[in-house]
Design a protein around this ligand. Structure first.
Ligand SMILES: Cc1cc2nc3c(=O)[nH]c(=O)nc-3n(C[C@H](O)[C@H](O)[C@H](O)COP(=O)(O)OP(=O)(O)OC[C@H]3O[C@@H](n4cnc5c(N)ncnc54)[C@H](O)[C@@H]3O)c2cc1C
Length: 611
């Protein structure tokens, strides 16, 4: 048996009803193959550590012996400080098992209806067919939320625009016919393993596809909150946040991507319970506004919508850009922005068969808040002292609540309901968020029979998430690949604990039997237990994730504080603009795609109108 199979057998013992460990290992390997070498090395070290520990303790491999023996070995290994290594392996095993166990249901649900709309019509060329040298008026690096809108404005202004995207195109047929784990491992950067390192480490997944992270995001659409936009405009001098310009751009974004409240008939029980809990507490809540007209509640947003219902930019802004004349190259990684005599002259890029050069006097960098700083550095444009700093990630955590009734959180809208009671006062936003079928198991606690019991009861479990508007506490290092460091601020730790308590209140008010808080706190069964449980919660042991990196090339009027000027020009060079999440000067405090799109449209307009 392989080392990965041994661990799978210990985490999910087949004797107690768990899956075939070698099957789990072979599915997991499809994901591991897509991880960067450094993550593969970390995983291999964790596996070797586990096997070595088992051998030192018992003289046998981890996979040998009874389920109880294996479970005890895992528990001891964790107690001796092995938790981070074990958690890494466990996440991969559970993701592979969950995705595989539900693959058929995912395929059936995903192909039950005709797609809500056809694939977007795009002028798209795979990198292998693109000439090795070419010329155009403007290049946009990255086809995500920011890049799509900036490119559309440039193309509409008459610029011969080429959008260069490292990821591939995911048509609705391709999504429907691919195994869920392959969707996950391919549409996410580095097989979905990107992290912010710190104490605690925080998962920071990023999309890589034609359409960027919008292909796998949850589809929630918040406008930039008025106080935040005011701060950007007045304190940071971000001209693009001028309310007279931002308001109409937000309205245009919403019309383009099709924003409307999630309809009650597809919301699903997971969202309904959050609404009921919030109503019982008299807390402000409502179905979220989403860009998903025609949503069927397949709960697969995070692995690509199988109905073309969620309006990622591959279904709207990119086709509109192409209609205005833009071209897209997919599968092409930009290695460098080329500069001569202080002016942009194009980009150098890499495909499997070698180098590509595209010449243009205007380059818009929209690679996302994490890849943009390294790309600028390796282009010799990383001199500004705050480039890569000022990173906010909008940290998120979640709780699970058990109900007597059947919930089946994955039947309905993936991210369905927002509870804003603590938003204005504390920067805490609660959102009812489920996972695609089987894939929520990734955060289930425990091992062995206990864990299998948990997975069996998944249908009676509801999930609720919370995000906190964080102080900029992170930094992106590196020039080749990004390395992200993040130190959770004390005030943000407290806010996370408050958020956990608030989520527990909502779920208990909705009738939950018990709520697992995580972070080493005991489960709660009654509102009176929450305060004491939250007191015992260790925020550093919570399972944290973040989905909204911003701020690493902040735009604003202060040349020593903002690497990018108020309209989106990178300082210190002519013809280079930035139009992605990195230009937002602070955490918007809400899901950021609409803010990024509106600001990027402004960058595109400014670049298109600039002499
Ligand atoms: C799981 C998940 C759920 C989310 N849910 C929501 C939500 O519900 N609502 C919301 O508002 N936000 C959500 N977000 C966040 C939102 O999608 C992002 O904030 C937004 O897409 C970021 O836009 P961007 O333009 O900065 O980068 P991206 O959309 O990430 O686009 C950047 C693109 O650049 C490409 N690229 C990078 N480097 C290069 C290179 N060197 N050469 C060529 N191409 C390159 C990347 O492959 C990528 O496609 C979610 C994010 C995740 C991960």
């Amino acid at each position: 048996m392989s080392a990965l199979g041994d661990v799978a057998a210990a985490i999910l013992p087949p004797e107690a009803g768990g899956p075939d460990p070698e099957r789990v290992a072979s599915v997991a390997r499809r994901m591991i193959d897509r991880m960067p070498a450094v993550s593969q090395a970390g995983l291999a070290a964790a596996l070797v550590g586990l096997e070595a520990y088992a051998f030192a303790r018992t003289g046998r491999r981890l996979g040998a012996g009874s389920p109880q023996r294996r479970e005890a070995l895992l528990a001891d290994f964790a107690r001796l400080g092995g938790t981070p290594a074990l958690d890494t392996v466990k996440s991969i095993v559970l993701l592979a098992h969950g995705a595989d166990a539900y693959a058929e249901e995912i395929a059936t649900v995903g192909s039950r209806h005709e797609p809500s709309r056809p694939d977007g019509a795009m002028n798209l060329t795979p990198a292998s067919e693109w000439p090795s040298t070419s010329r155009c008026d403007a290049i946009v690096i990255g086809s995500g939320a920011g890049g799509a809108f900036a490119a559309r404005e440039l193309a509409r202004a008459g610029f011969d625009t080429v959008i260069v995207e490292e990821g591939e195109r995911w048509t609705v047929d391709r999504i429907r016919s691919s195994h869920p784990l392959d969707r996950f491992a391919s549409i996410y950067r580095d097989g979905g393993t990107t992290m912010a390192f710190g104490n605690p480490p925080i998962a920071l997944p990023l999309g890589r596809a034609v359409g960027g992270t919008t292909v796998i995001n949850s589809g929630t659409c918040y406008r930039p909150p008025a106080p935040v936009a005011k701060d950007w405009f007045e304190k940071h001098g971000l001209a693009l946040a001028n309310p007279e310009l931002l308001g109409p751009r937000v309205a245009d974004v919403e019309a383009t991507i099709g924003v409307a409240p999630a309809p009650m008939e597809v919301l699903g029980r997971n969202g309904e319970l959050s609404l009921e809990g919030a109503a019982a507490l008299d807390w402000k809540s409502s179905p979220l506004r989403r860009n998903a007209p025609g949503c069927r509640g397949a709960c697969q947003c995070a692995i690509g919508c199988p109905n073309n219902a969620k309006g990622g930019v591959h279904l709207n802004a990119l086709p509109q850009a192409c209609e205005a004349g833009a071209r897209i190259v997919s599968g092409l990684h930009v290695t460098e922005v080329l500069v001569e005599g202080g002016r942009a002259v194009g980009v150098a890029a890499r495909r499997s068969s070698g180098e590509v050069r595209i010449s243009a006097p205007l380059v818009v960098v929209a690679a996302g808040a994490i890849p943009t700083p390294p790309l600028l550095r390796r282009s010799g444009l990383g001199r500004h002292p705050t480039l890569g700093r000022n990173l906010s990630i909008h940290p998120a955590t979640g709780i699970t609540a058990s109900f007597e009734e059947e919930v089946v959180s994955w039947r309905g809208v993936m991210q369905s309901v927002g509870i804003e009671e603590l938003h204005e006062r504390e920067g805490i936003l609660l959102e009812a968020t489920a996972s695609p079928p089987g894939m929520g198991a990734i955060s289930a606690p425990g091992y062995g029979t206990h864990l299998l019991g948990r997975l069996d009861r998944a249908g009676n479990t509801a999930t609720l998430g919370a995000m906190i508007a964080d102080a900029p506490s992170g930094r992106v290092f590196g020039a080749r690949s990004p390395i992200v460091a993040y130190r959770l601020a004390k005030a943000d730790e407290r806010r996370l604990a408050t958020a956990v308590g608030a989520m527990a209140r909502v779920m208990l008010a909705a009738g939950a039997k018990d709520v697992e808080l995580g972070g080493g706190a005991p489960a709660v069964r009654d509102e009176s237990e929450i305060e004491a449980a939250v007191e015992r919660l260790d925020v550093r042991r919570l399972r944290l994730a973040a989905f909204h990196p911003t701020g690493t090339a902040a735009a604003g009027s202060n040349p020593s504080r903002h690497p990018v000027d108020p309209e989106g020009r990178l300082r210190g060079v002519d013809g280079v603009w930035v139009a992605d999440g990195s230009v937002l000067p602070s955490c918007p405090g809400v899901n950021p795609q609409v803010s990024i799109m509106a600001v990027a449209a402004g960058v595109g307009e400014a670049a298109g109108g600039a002499p």
